[in-house]
Design a protein around this ligand. Structure first.
Ligand code: BV8
Length: 236
């Protein structure tokens, strides 16, 4: 870490797990264990049953609103100040990195707290409390401003994420099962460009055998410890 000036970090839902937000594949004790997120987070599910999809997102929004950033989020926000180039790329839609103080955040999959008009494509607000909500400007259905399976990711954040991955000295993959593309291609991009690849995950993933270091531990333990050592040794 002391030899590099550029760090990139990819986070997944495991980073928010300790803020009380269930991960996708962990199942957890979530009310929606009977539904597979990969079934609900799709345009097909939304056109088939917008009310059901909105009930799922409104429930998840209530978890996000009630959640606080945990030590992993806070450590990443502090680490940003240690390097001249630090890019935080997240698959998460909960906005907890920004709430923890991270500034250079790339939201690859959008943000669950924003709604978008399905007719105009713009960010909008509901005209009144109804499910599914409708656009206050034109009355069309609103949708959560997130990227569903089968949808393209936002071009700007994706380009910036690949640029950061291919130009960093150290790349961290934290709290992600490394299954969802194109996000899961970023660690490979970093490695192919000569970066040191570090994984932090209590479980093994398809990335584990490709990583230079893989900590079989939770993010809220490893990241604060890493920041503490960097602060102690560095002239940060
Ligand atoms: C795309 C927003 C181009 C919504 C999400 C067939 C048809 C169409 C597409 C595909 C297809 N086959 C494959 C694809 C591509 C597809 C894909 O990758 N599918 C996978 C399942 C195989 N990708 C897409 O569709 C993407 N778009 O490719 O467009 C295209 C277009 C048309 C046709 C073809 C291609 C869009 C992907 C974005 C989907 N939206 N979220 C919402 O949130 O509701 S993805 C969703 O999964 C979340 O963003 C989540 O972050 C992400 C990845 O999951 P993880 O974050 O890794 O979470 P997970 O639960 O899996 O793992 C948690 C990990 O944390 C675990 O490993 C656990 O051990 C660890 N953990 C737990 N506790 C801790 C911890 N780690 C550290 N500390 C802890 N305390």
């Amino acid at each position: 870490m002391r030899q590099t000036s550029a760090v990139a970090v990819l986070t997944g839902s495991g980073v928010s797990a300790e803020s009380g937000i269930p991960t996708f594949r962990g199942g957890g004790d979530s009310l929606w264990k009977r539904y597979d997120p990969r079934e609900l987070a799709t345009p097909e599910a939304f056109s088939r049953d917008p009310r059901l999809v909105w009930e799922w997102y409104l429930w998840r929004r209530s978890l996000v609103v009630g959640a606080e950033p945990n030590p992993a989020h806070l450590a990443l926000a502090e680490m940003e100040g240690f390097f001249s180039s630090f890019t935080l790329i997240t698959q998460n839609v909960d906005g907890l990195h920004e709430r923890a103080g991270s500034r250079n955040v790339l939201e690859l999959h959008g943000n669950i707290l924003r709604s978008r008009c399905t007719a105009e494509g713009e960010i909008s607000e509901p005209r009144r409390q109804e499910v599914p909500p409708r656009c206050r400007r034109c009355g069309a259905l609103l949708r959560p401003d997130v990227v569903w399976f089968g949808e393209m990711l936002p071009e700007g954040p994706v380009r910036a994420a690949f640029e950061a991955s291919s130009s960093c000295g150290v790349f961290f993959s934290v709290g992600t099962s490394s299954l969802v593309y194109p996000a899961a291609a970023l660690p490979e991009e970093a490695r192919a460009s000569g970066a040191i690849l570090v994984e932090i995950n209590p479980e093994e993933t398809p990335l584990t055998r490709r990583a230079d270091f893989s900590f079989r531990e939770s993010a809220s333990v490893v990241l604060p410890e890493l920041v503490k050592r960097l602060r102690a040794q560095g002239d940060y």
